[in-house]
Design a protein around this ligand. Structure first.
Ligand code: PLP
Length: 357
């Protein structure tokens, strides 16, 4: 079909580059920051039970899940909107609020969906470079113009794992005019170890221009189920509900996510494993002389100072899949998800062998 058949916005959109999926048994995937223990067992049990109701459409607004989340987060359920992954909430937010030509401030070298949703709705992209692998909030605040409509913040930051502290976030929120929607993507917040990590829901309560995004894909082990959510003042979510596809979250997803919220044993195990894995990987990377960032997430950013694509291919041959960050604009860096102890050791053995070869 001729290119001139397309909307202009579509021409500028690049295909999404996902982590590679293992095609044979025995290959380990440390490329998409998934939970190395599989799905929450309580979620699995609930999904199996819910299977017998699949002839019935799902609840349009995921009521039970919103009630359960509301209790857990101590916010009213009107403040919560559930999506087919948090990706979908980003798209709904842009569809609801972004007018063509309005500016969207995004950190450089970040999760690609922010650019994607901006482009879909003909927003103007304003990229702000990272500073020492972290988001430069001062520069982001300076990038605000009368045309700015949205700002995306990713905390902890994918792919570098760095954090914005409560104090820095608060200073930033105080600087930015309150007619700009600040979207704080916290896909990895449950893994954060630092005491300085912000309680962003506090800002949702105090301000009408903050939307916090979270997901069941990472900590809860449910990436394949596709459930994420947004939390904002009800005066924002009520318009987002209008733009939400009616049955966007299926019955299995609603049941599974609700059950996963209470799966304390699984969540504790996941958190503890991540802490231990990160300590182990820091130590091994230090021994190899590789520069890496301190992470508040379930992945580690490693600055290779050589071709990430080549290392990716070499590691694939050793049956380990990691994420080269070329598609993030960082061709000499990789991101490695923290796996089980055995997976982390396999990665380190493979990497050591390649670096010494
Ligand atoms: C920063 C960030 N936000 C959002 C997502 C998407 O999450 P979901 O699976 O809920 O769409 C990801 C997934 O990799 C991510 O890294």
């Amino acid at each position: 079909m001729a290119e001139d058949f397309l909307r202009d916005a579509v021409k500028g959109i690049k295909d999404y580059v996902p982590g590679q999926t293992p095609k044979e048994p025995g290959v380990i995937k440390l490329a998409s920051n998934e939970n190395p223990f599989g799905p929450s067992p309580k979620a699995l049990e609930a999904i199996t039970k819910e299977g017998k109701n699949l002839q019935i459409y799902p609840d349009q607004k995921s009521l039970f899940l919103r009630e359960a989340l509301g209790k857990k987060l101590n916010v009213g359920e009107d403040a919560i909107i559930i999506g087919n992954g948090s990706d979908e909430i980003m798209q709904i937010a842009a569809a609801t609020f972004l007018k063509p030509g309005e500016e969207v401030i995004i950190p450089e070298n970040t999760f690609s969906l922010y650019e994607f949703v901006t482009r879909i709705f003909d927003g103007r992209l304003v990229f702000v470079p990272l500073k020492d692998q972290a988001q430069d909030l001062e520069a982001m605040a300076k990038a605000v113009t009368p045309k700015t409509k949205m700002i995306f913040i990713c905390n902890p930051h994918n792919p570098t794992g760095t954090m914005i502290s409560a104090k820095d976030l608060e200073d930033f929120l105080n600087k930015v005019p309150n007619n700009i929607l600040i979207i704080i993507d916290e896909a990895y917040m449950e893994f954060a170890e630092s005491k300085e990590f912000p309680d962003s829901l506090k800002y949702v309560k105090n301000r009408k221009n903050v939307l916090v995004l979270r997901t069941f894909s990472k900590f809860y082990g449910l990436a394949g189920l596709r459930v994420g959510y947004g939390v904002a003042k009800a005066e924002l979510t009520k318009y987002m509900f209008r733009l939400k596809p009616p049955f966007n979250v299926n019955r299995l997803a609603q049941a599974g996510a609700t059950a996963a919220l209470d799966d304390k044993a699984f969540l504790d195990k996941t958190y503890k494993n991540n802490l231990e894995g990160k300590k182990y990987l820091y130590a091994e990377l230090d021994k190899l002389g590789l520069k890496h960032e301190k992470t508040e997430a379930n992945f580690i950013y490693i600055d290779l100072k050589r071709s990430a694509d080549q290392l990716f291919l070499d590691l694939m041959k050793q049956r380990v899949i990691i994420r080269p960050l070329t598609s993030f604009g960082l061709p000499e860096a990789i991101r490695v998800s923290i796996g089980t102890k055995a997976q982390n050791e396999k990665f380190v053995t493979a990497l050591t062998g390649l670096l010494k070869a």
